[in-house]
Design a protein around this ligand. Structure first.
Ligand SMILES: [Zn+2]
Length: 429
């Protein structure tokens, strides 16, 4: 064979092999590109799927808390997440929420408002008779363990925390007058108001196993500062009604209408929320700022404040209260406490005292802007008096659990499942 021919054959072979390699390379490259594309597509789908799951979870929590419109707008906020399929999860959920919203019914049942005092954290201290008499605590207070047991029972019975301020509205046809505002809830649900009296953390209670004061934590939540029987100061989530209810609603959004919690009733003669802001002490300016921050945080989280008189003086109870005294008391609260917890139209009366609607002492309160007046009673009906309403409240404490167990069982829970075994027997002379 001629050299030139050999060379041509070699060249030809090389060309064929090269071409083959090139084709193989190109096709490998093509399928590589395809699989890359497929991978990217899957990745995009996964991201969308995850976004969709997160969105659905957020919307579900809003929906459970009765924020229907908010849940629907959130679900519809990203059209890329909604498919045209009729069984698309978002489409189905939007329909479900619209259905729930249109099935709300006007509540016509009894008016349920229950109240507590600051909770007993350490019953062994409250009932040791070394500080304040154990009998008083045993009658008018509730323990942390009792309160925690009540919440799931109330929820099971259909109760939903409802804001006290939403019970009334201006009567547009009669200027200066108010009327009851309609309440719409899912069928079977019952609006419930919870209030807490004397959220002041008085000196006399300090050695008796109660929280020391409320504190705004670094996490932006309000905590209870507790001094343990060993003398250690700690921040806890269950030292009083407030953090317990906040956390409970967080876990059970269906127990609260749009995040409503409760109403905190404050006096003023030993400051507010555990801070002595009414005695002219050197730290007063700093404490006022703290009280304001705590109050703002609580209001942003569904809480409201009420005047519980300034002095809580015995003249409210024995009926000797004079015009001069009610003026002093009411004005002093407005001057010394309202600037820090905010103006309020709710008055929760000391000792649960009630007035006749035309009593000048009562009229003084109403004229100062208190449109919602809450004494103690189990009538479960609101009286509307033109420019104010009277809404009775039921105490859930040692007294009512011992003396009115049947009534409490009818409305709220079985007392035997709630009553703290650490309570001494209640003997009333
Ligand atoms: Zn009180």
């Amino acid at each position: 064979m001629k050299k030139s021919m050999k060379a041509a054959i070699v060249l030809g072979v090389v060309a064929i092999v090269s071409a083959g390699i090139l084709i193989a390379y190109q096709s490998a490259n093509a399928s590589y590109a395809e699989s890359r594309e497929e991978e990217a597509r899957l990745e995009r789908e996964q991201i969308l799927e995850q976004k969709k799951t997160e969105l659905m979870e957020k919307a579900e929590k809003l929906y459970q808390g009765y924020y229907y419109d908010e849940a629907i707008s959130l679900l519809q906020s990203d059209p890329a997440l909604i498919t045209t399929a009729t069984d698309d999860a978002i489409t189905l959920k939007v329909n479900e929420i619209q259905q729930a919203k249109s099935s709300l019914v006007k509540y016509e049942g009894p008016v349920e408002h229950v109240f507590f005092h600051s909770l007993i954290i350490y019953p062994e201290q409250a009932f040791d008779n070394k500080g304040h008499p154990a009998q008083g605590y045993n009658m008018w207070m509730t323990t942390v363990s009792e309160f925690k047991k009540m919440l799931p029972e109330l929820e099971k019975r259909g109760y939903v925390l409802y804001p006290l301020s939403e019970y009334i509205e201006a009567d547009t046809e009669n200027p200066g007058k108010i009327k009851l505002k309609d309440i719409y809830l899912p069928p079977g649900k019952i609006p419930l108001v919870i209030s807490i009296d004397d959220v002041n953390y008085y000196d006399y209670m300090k050695p008796d196993g109660f929280a020391n004061r409320l504190v705004l934590g670094d996490d932006g939540r309000v905590w209870t500062e507790v001094i343990t029987p060993e003398g250690k100061t700690t921040l806890t989530r269950d030292g009083d009604v407030m953090p317990i209810l906040d956390d409970y609603v967080d876990d059970h959004p269906g127990f609260s209408w749009k995040g409503a919690k409760g109403t905190m009733a404050l006096t003023g003669y030993q400051g507010a929320l555990g801070y002595r802001i009414t005695d002219g002490l050197p730290q007063e300016a700093e404490w006022k700022q703290i009280v304001m921050k705590i109050a703002d945080t609580m209001k942003a989280n569904g809480w409201s404040f009420a005047c519980h008189s300034y002095t809580h003086n015995g003249y409210f109870r024995d009926g000797t209260l004079t015009m001069k005294q009610i003026k002093y008391d009411t004005d002093r609260w407005i001057e010394k406490i309202a600037p820090y917890v905010g103006k309020t139209n709710i008055y929760i009366s000391p000792f649960g005292v009630n007035f006749k609607k035309d009593d000048p002492r009562y009229r003084y309160l109403i004229d100062k802007g208190y449109q919602i007046y809450c004494p103690v009673g189990n009538g479960r009906r609101i009286a509307v008096n033109g420019d104010n309403i009277v809404m009775p409240r039921v105490n859930l404490d040692g007294y009512s659990m011992n003396r009115r167990a049947t009534e409490l069982e009818t409305h709220y829970f079985n007392v035997s499942e709630i009553l703290d075994p650490k309570r001494p027997a209640l003997v009333i002379n």
